[in-house]
Write a protein that binds this ligand. Structure first.
Ligand code: S3P
Length: 173
């Protein structure tokens, strides 16, 4: 069973959509951020505060590497994971990578009250989102598929992903 790997910017809904998708197709759902927190025994903000981003990225790499070697899983990745080239290539070779896309205005709105995302700890949050978005979006766009999520219901996005999976299975035959 091919893995389904969700990538995309913070706040786009990877975890919510991933867990609904997994239920629908009877795959196991894993969220790399949850696994990182479990392994470190502390929250992501604490990991960043105590050990720094570099340490977080190392853990993220190790944990995702282990997860993608499983099969039949839906994985929601953290928004920065794809910025490690080696990790991105690994994701692309270990499953179908789906980019959940959203416009900047949707993201500003979704992230305006978030207080558990250390990457957004910045005096000017909108500017910070703009910077990260322009750095990251070109990488997300290299995923196997991109789905725009603006204004769509979770269930419709899940259905779109299921269609993609079915299409890919048919292409293999
Ligand atoms: C990060 C995104 C977060 C989490 C960490 C770093 C990022 O995950 O991995 O705070 O660099 O974009 P979400 O994309 O689920 O918010």
């Amino acid at each position: 069973m091919d893995n389904i790997i969700l990538v995309g910017f913070m706040g786009v809904g990877k975890s919510t959509i991933g867990s609904e998708l997994a239920k629908k197709i009877s795959y196991k759902f894993l969220d790399s951020d949850n696994k990182i927190e479990e392994r470190a025994g502390m929250s992501i903000p604490d990991i960043f505060r105590i050990y720094g981003e570099k340490y977080f990225r190392r853990l993220e790499f190790e944990i995702i590497k282990d997860i993608v070697n499983m099969s039949g899983i839906v994985l929601a990745t953290g928004g920065g994971a794809v910025m490690n080239k080696q990790l991105f290539e690994m994701l692309m070779s270990k499953g179908t990578v789906i980019h959940l896309d959203a416009s900047l205005s949707t993201l500003y709105d979704r992230l305006k009250d978030s207080n558990n995302r250390p990457m957004l700890n910045h005096s000017n949050r909108k500017k910070r989102i703009d910077e990260l978005y322009s750095l990251r979006r070109p990488v997300y766009m290299k995923a196997h598929h991109t789905i725009n999520t603006d204004g769509k219901k979770i269930e419709d996005i899940v259905d779109e992903i299921v269609e993609i999976i079915i299409g890919r299975e048919e292409d293999k035959r």
